[in-house]
Ligand binder design. Structure first.
Ligand SMILES: [Zn+2]
Length: 192
């Protein structure tokens, strides 16, 4: 499925959100906007807000083109500024943004490669993802307990949620710090 607005705003994207039957606690994205959730991650998500946290994180990986080797050094260095620009770029399409999140449910299974990301990419995906989650009308504060639940799974975590992710305590602190910013974006540009 495709959200026309989002792909119009961010060239080259064809969004598709897929659910795959698997006990693996995982979700991932590919360049171009294909996002896959394994059913094994849903109990860790616990509720719709938790799903939105993962969704925001994966969408952020795709939008930041973390799977794309053409990503320039300069773009990496900009960090937070980039997240804000991208969030702004999404703001003319709040309905589509929300529908992207909603499309996570009930779409047929597709299996593909798992992309490993650097720790910096993970931090960027956290930051941008938090903003997207809030803009789509979900509670960004739920990101903190979600990632804590994820880290408490220990060695069961597959690549996307294992070694490359930020230190759990630092991650919680950073997310907490960013919640007001995410809420500000949601208030200004969000769907509710
Ligand atoms: Zn990630």
């Amino acid at each position: 499925m495709q959200a026309k607005g989002a792909s119009d705003r961010v060239a080259g994207f064809k969004w598709s959100f897929n659910v795959a039957q698997s006990n693996e606690v995982n979700a991932w994205c590919m360049p171009g906007g294909k996002v896959v959730f394994y059913t094994g991650i849903l109990p860790v998500c616990q509720d719709e807000d938790g799903i939105a946290v993962v969704m925001g994180h994966e969408v952020a990986h795709a939008i930041a083109r973390h799977g794309n080797e053409r990503m320039s050094q300069g773009l990496l260095v900009q960090g937070g500024g980039m997240a804000l620009d991208l969030a702004t770029a999404m703001t003319n399409q709040p309905e589509q943004t929300r529908s992207l999140f909603q499309q996570a449910y009930g779409i047929g299974a597709t299996v593909g490669a798992i992309l490993p990301f650097s720790r910096l990419h993970e931090s960027e995906a956290d930051e941008m993802g938090l903003i997207f989650t809030a803009m789509a009308g979900y509670d960004p504060s739920k990101a903190v307990p979600f990632w804590e639940r994820m880290s408490s799974l220990g060695g069961q975590r597959p690549p996307e949620f294992l070694s490359t992710h930020p230190d759990p305590e630092k991650r919680s602190a950073k997310l907490n710090e960013l919640i007001p910013l995410a809420r500000a974006y949601a208030k200004k540009y969000g769907t509710n």
